[in-house]
Design a protein around this ligand. Structure first.
Ligand SMILES: [Zn+2]
Length: 258
């Protein structure tokens, strides 16, 4: 599942291809958008900027129109030179934007909507998002406020996945962050101090920033998908178990994460 670093890296690539370029065509091949008339509504407009908040990506067009996308479990953004073969089948394309040099394609994207700029600010789902872990300045105070409003009996690993607490952390970074901070992901939120919660996001942020700078490629995973292997810190065996209502797998070392 794409996490915040993947989406921020995609925003950079998509922005580099679209901002300042002529938009030759916009297509929405998927049946669901057949009646939306986006090609007409967006025709002739340039792309002003492309940005991300957590796992959400925004293409901001001239004249107050914004395309909002969320890739959920399996979507992706592809940026290709014109004429190059796409990495997924054209049948899976939901959005195709062409410039003289590039084709920008969103594949398998279940959330794709055109909204006015002002609606992006007042949309309830977007307003509910916690601070973006990859924002230029991480709003730590707001993260802690949101965390303390959450169910205190929830495991801290599970709480980190909740985009209302902090936006951008997914299953990979939940496990890696708790490992880096040596905190047991099963520890309840109420038993996790502010300093400990901050230690997790402060450890996670630079690793996610590193991933963004490498186009979304993560270096040096410590525990994620390494169940049964020795812990890089203490050599005990790494474990894996489903956590939270969605039963998302958490990887951790029960010896050195307390
Ligand atoms: Zn360990």
């Amino acid at each position: 599942m794409p996490e915040g670093d993947t989406i921020h890296a995609a925003a950079r690539r998509v922005g580099a291809a679209l901002v300042g370029s002529d938009i030759v065509s916009i297509e929405t091949p998927h049946q669901r958008h057949a009646m939306d008339r986006w090609p007409e509504r967006l025709g002739g407009r340039g792309v002003r900027s492309v940005d991300a908040h957590g796992k959400h990506l925004f293409l901001r067009f001239d004249g107050d129109l914004t395309l909002h996308s969320h890739l959920r479990m399996g979507g992706m953004w592809g940026v290709y030179e014109r004429g190059r073969r796409w990495s997924r089948s054209p049948r899976r394309a939901w959005l195709v934007i062409r410039t003289p040099e590039h084709e920008v394609v969103e594949f398998d994207g279940p959330v794709l909507e055109l909204m006015t700029e002002s609606r992006t600010r007042f949309d309830l789902r977007l307003a509910a998002l916690g601070p973006d872990i990859l924002a230029p300045q991480l709003d730590e105070k707001r993260f802690l406020t949101r965390l303390r409003e959450d169910d205190p009996t929830r495991g801290i690993g599970d709480a980190l996945l909740d985009q209302r607490n902090i936006a951008g952390i997914g299953n990979v970074w939940k496990s890696e962050g708790c490992f880096d901070a040596a905190i047991d992901p099963w520890r309840k939120v109420r038993d996790t101090s502010d300093a400990e919660a901050l230690a997790i996001v402060r450890a996670t942020r630079p690793r996610m920033q590193d991933s963004v700078s490498r186009g979304g490629h993560i270096r040096g995973l410590q525990v994620y998908e390494r169940a049964g292997r020795p812990c890089p810190r203490c050599k005990h065996r790494i474990r894996a178990r489903g956590q939270g209502e969605d039963n998302r797998t958490t990887y951790w070392c029960p010896e050195c994460q307390r």
